[in-house]
Design a protein around this ligand. Structure first.
Ligand code: C5P
Length: 408
């Protein structure tokens, strides 16, 4: 479990909705990620979940009433946000969105939102019936909240507690934690489109067997998450992995190197950055069998022939000579002489930035050490978990993009 919210003070507001049951999980997850959580509930929320549960999970007394005498100055609407890093209203009902849009101050939570210091971001996770969400009045309020700089997480589409189906479901607790963590990251890639490959490829030998490698996809997925946290629109073309899609990332699943190549080339136009993290198979089986290959009586092994796969990174890099885009970043997994091989590989691939790592020390691991190679030399990024490294890489890429735009 990462401690991405370590030291953060979050005011968690609950308003009336069945999704209050998810707020209990959310509160627990926030605490597990290192946040200190102050729960404030509207009167309606208390019909869906008890204050006792929320107090037990947050470890702090819950506030519901603006006249709560426990505050020595009786100003809970002021004091509860003065040290906060963010206010997250989850679930945020249609009615509470109306209140926020109009600056209503008719209970503790609404008053506290209006009275928050300007530096404290207000984040809301809408949760309501699909008709309520799509109602023009609600959509007018959505537009107003966005204009006022209030950030909305979701809603998601799916089946609803009322039995209907559509937009209006509150995001799941882990998705909200991801969104909250992202909200604290610098938006250094805002407005940029980033295409990333990740994971291994799988090259069939016959319908039930194939050749693959030990790449878990963890680094590529971390890079996708970090790029999205930095404000980019991210597409992830991924070989087979067991990893969940980072929230807000568009994912395209492929199996073979050829499929990965085709998906990348079909989506590369208009991308600002391409990051090839995938461990793409260098060869595929030229004479793959349409049926399962049977063992031979005489013990003879099948005679496999190989043909080299297209180099996806090189193909993308070749397209940049026309427009200058996308900015290409490659990864190199070596087993020795990383500094020497990394620099040579960057030159050979014709790309501005290459990330080198030692294959056996990264495949499947949660931590890694990487070296960045560019035209000025190389820089070591100290051993850290992959998300930390991915964020550092994203910020290095953003710096280089910035420099480029200053030059052009
Ligand atoms: O040449 P090598 O396989 O070591 O290069 C690694 C880099 O090239 C990685 O960024 C990988 O994603 C990319 N690559 C590719 N297509 C291939 C082989 C490697 O995009 N067929």
């Amino acid at each position: 479990m990462s401690m991405d919210l370590k030291g953060k003070k979050i005011v968690l507001g609950l308003t009336g909705g069945v999704a209050c049951y998810k707020a209990a999980e959310l509160c627990r997850a926030l605490v597990k990620h290192g946040a200190s959580v102050q729960v404030v509930m509207s009167e309606a929320a208390t019909h869906f979940i008890g204050t006792v549960t929320m107090q037990a999970l947050s470890g702090q007394p819950v506030f519901t009433d603006q006249w709560d005498p426990r505050m020595s100055n009786n100003m809970a609407h002021i004091d509860l946000t003065r040290h906060a890093d963010a206010i997250l209203v989850a679930p945020c009902s249609a009615d509470f969105m109306r209140k926020l849009a109009h600056g209503a101050c008719d209970d503790l939570l609404s008053t506290l939102c209006v009275a928050r210091p300007r530096r404290v971001p207000l984040l809301a996770a809408p949760a309501m019936n699909v008709e309520m969400w799509e109602n023009p009045a609600t959509q007018r309020n959505v537009a107003q909240l966005l204009e006022d700089g209030i950030c909305l997480f979701g809603p998601a589409a799916g089946s609803q507690a009322c039995g209907e189906t559509g937009l209006g479901r509150m995001l799941e607790a882990d998705e909200l934690v991801e969104e909250l963590v992202a909200s604290f990251q610098h938006k250094v890639l805002a407005g940029r489109r980033v295409l990333i490959t990740a994971g291994p490829t799988f090259e069939p030998i016959d319908p039930v067997r194939g050749i693959t490698n030990l790449s878990s996809g963890k680094m590529g997925y971390a890079v996708a998450r970090a790029a999205r946290e930095a404000g980019a629109e991210v597409t992830l073309v991924t070989g087979p992995t067991a990893l969940p899609t980072p929230h807000g990332v568009r994912r395209i699943d492929v199996l073979t190197a050829q499929q990965m190549h085709d998906a990348v080339m079909a989506g590369v136009e208009g991308q600002h950055v391409f990051i090839g993290v995938a461990a793409v198979a260098d060869w595929r089986v030229a004479n793959a069998s349409g049926q399962k290959i049977k063992k031979q009586e005489d013990g003879a092994a099948p005679q496999l022939e190989f043909v080299q796969n297209a180099d996806i990174l090189a193909s993308v890099a070749a397209t940049t000579s026309l427009s200058g885009w996308p900015y290409c970043v490659g990864f190199a997994a070596e087993s020795e002489n990383l500094v020497e091989f990394g620099a040579a590989k960057r030159e050979k691939k014709g790309i501005p930035l290459l990330v080198g790592n030692i294959g056996p020390q990264t495949f499947g691991q949660d931590e890694n050490t990487i070296i960045l190679f560019d035209e000025t030399g190389h820089t070591l990024l100290e051993r850290a978990d992959k998300l930390t490294l991915a964020r550092q890489l994203v910020s290095e890429i953003a710096k280089r993009l910035e420099r480029r735009s200053l030059l052009t």
